[in-house]
Design a protein around this ligand. Structure first.
Ligand SMILES: [Zn+2]
Length: 449
């Protein structure tokens, strides 16, 4: 058992319960008690963590990423999405399992250091000679110690068929579907407390055929796994959908069976009132990626309107080639700023931002019964943020300190009751070794021809 005490606690439960001074009790991989004051139970055999000066929150849930992009950061710095992709696709065609392992290890460690306990990854580039890329990133997640939902992505619409990507990075439609089924068979764990779950994730309207979208949805529903894709990210994507399909991106998704409570969409920036209503009525989730949207100048998602329409909204860092920082904790602040740049200071509160990063993300992944709040019976995925240093000391409200303040260091990060970060340092992997491996991977892509 682990007892965390003498800390502020923001449970993010349905009632918004908080304690200025409280405790959390963990047994095995589950939370067994949360309450005010110090722990008063039996202390025999209990590891006690003094959380003085700290705030405990649920571990953050990252709902959108492309971990392989850690090996291609800092490129196409002034491009919009389509120009950025066009510059990067040929480089990504040279990915292999070693590069993906190095990139995923670095990216997942950076997520852990910023308070993330569960991450998705959307991997959609599978070069023919690249090796077992999904296994490489799952190995990385196991070593880092994060809960992991890799999405088996795919692309089958290249330039010659009217899409954006070159032939070198797309797959045959049937081969992509077969590989997706194989990924579910090999890696998906439907059991409670699972550390690895697979989702089905064709990439985007301009890189995937309608047939692959439809059949992927059928496959996911037959297998009982979730569906993820990019949608409504840029004005150029909307123009593409109107020209090719004579409808908006959300209408296109609807026509393919891609709205529903088992679907979450990355970005959802360019939405009209009808699209927002469709997402709300169908329970389709949204992975909001404010820093990436800023980096690519894509626009500001209508998060206030989505929340008012009861759309499940989570936060995503997005791939590190369009969001070089790759931290999730700082997205709490970015989400709040983006919402307020669009809708004024009442558009999002600090607590709503924290809810996006925790329970909102858990809803997108279909795991709000196990993740996203600090409640007895839920998994012990807990972030204990140090708020007594120079960056946060004296800020009246600990939740405001976390969201408005600079990225907070972690006293402790637990995933299923296991310490992944302690006193701001990874306990599971060696950070300098990961950084060195990442540099080698990035260099090998730069030098390969
Ligand atoms: Zn993305």
């Amino acid at each position: 058992m682990i007892v965390i005490e003498h800390c502020a606690v923001a449970t993010v439960d349905g009632a918004g319960t908080e304690y200025a001074d409280g405790h959390i009790v963990v047994s095995g991989d589950r939370i067994v008690a949360v309450g005010p004051g110090a722990y008063a139970g039996d202390t025999g055999g209990v590891t006690r963590v003094d959380g003085t000066g700290c705030l405990a929150t649920p571990g953050l849930v990252n709902t959108h990423h492309h971990l392989y992009q850690w090996a291609t950061r800092g490129r196409a710095q002034q491009e919009i999405l389509f120009g950025w992709l066009t510059e990067l696709y040929p480089i990504w065609a040279r990915l292999d399992a070693g590069i993906v392992h190095a990139a995923a290890s670095a990216g997942l460690a950076q997520l852990a250091l910023s308070g993330c306990t569960t991450s998705t990854d959307h991997h959609y580039v599978f070069p023919r000679q690249g090796g077992d890329l999904l296994a490489a990133e799952i190995d990385a997640a196991t070593a880092v110690g994060l809960r992991f939902h890799p999405c088996r992505g795919s692309m089958d619409l290249s330039v010659k068929d009217g899409g954006l990507p070159p032939d070198s990075v797309v797959e045959d439609t049937d081969a992509a579907l077969a590989a997706t089924k194989e990924a579910i068979d090999r890696f998906h764990d439907p059991s409670p407390g699972a550390m690895v779950r697979i989702a089905v994730a064709p990439c985007s309207p301009f890189s995937v055929t309608p047939r692959l979208m439809r059949e992927a949805a059928g496959l996911a529903r037959a297998e009982g796994v979730r569906l993820h894709t990019h949608l409504a990210e840029t004005v150029e994507e909307e123009a593409y959908c109107r020209e090719v399909h004579n409808c908006t991106p959300v209408e296109y998704a609807e026509s393919l069976g891609w709205l529903g409570g088992d679907v979450w969409l990355a970005h959802a920036v360019h939405l009209d009132a009808s699209a927002i209503a469709k997402l709300g009525a169908s329970g389709t989730g949204v992975a909001h990626c404010p820093s990436s949207n800023g980096r690519l100048g894509a626009g500001i998602a209508p998060v206030r309107d989505l929340l008012d329409a009861r759309v499940p909204v989570g936060l995503g860092v997005d791939g590190a080639a369009s969001q070089e920082a790759g931290q999730l904790g700082s997205e709490l602040r970015q989400a709040l700023y983006s919402a307020r740049l669009r809708g004024g200071p009442a558009a999002l509160t600090a607590r709503e931002s924290l809810a996006l990063g925790t329970i909102g993300g858990a809803r997108c992944l279909g795991r709000d019964d196990e993740l996203g709040s600090l409640e007895p019976g839920k998994l012990a995925d807990i972030a204990l943020w140090s708020l007594d240093g120079l960056g946060h000391a004296g800020i009246e409200d600990p939740v405001a300190a976390l969201v408005f303040g600079p990225p907070a260091p972690l006293r402790l990060l637990l995933v299923g009751g296991r310490a992944v970060v302690q006193d701001g340092v990874m306990s599971t992997v060696d950070e300098p070794a990961l950084a060195a491996a990442l540099s080698r991977a990035a260099r090998s892509l730069r030098e390969a021809r």
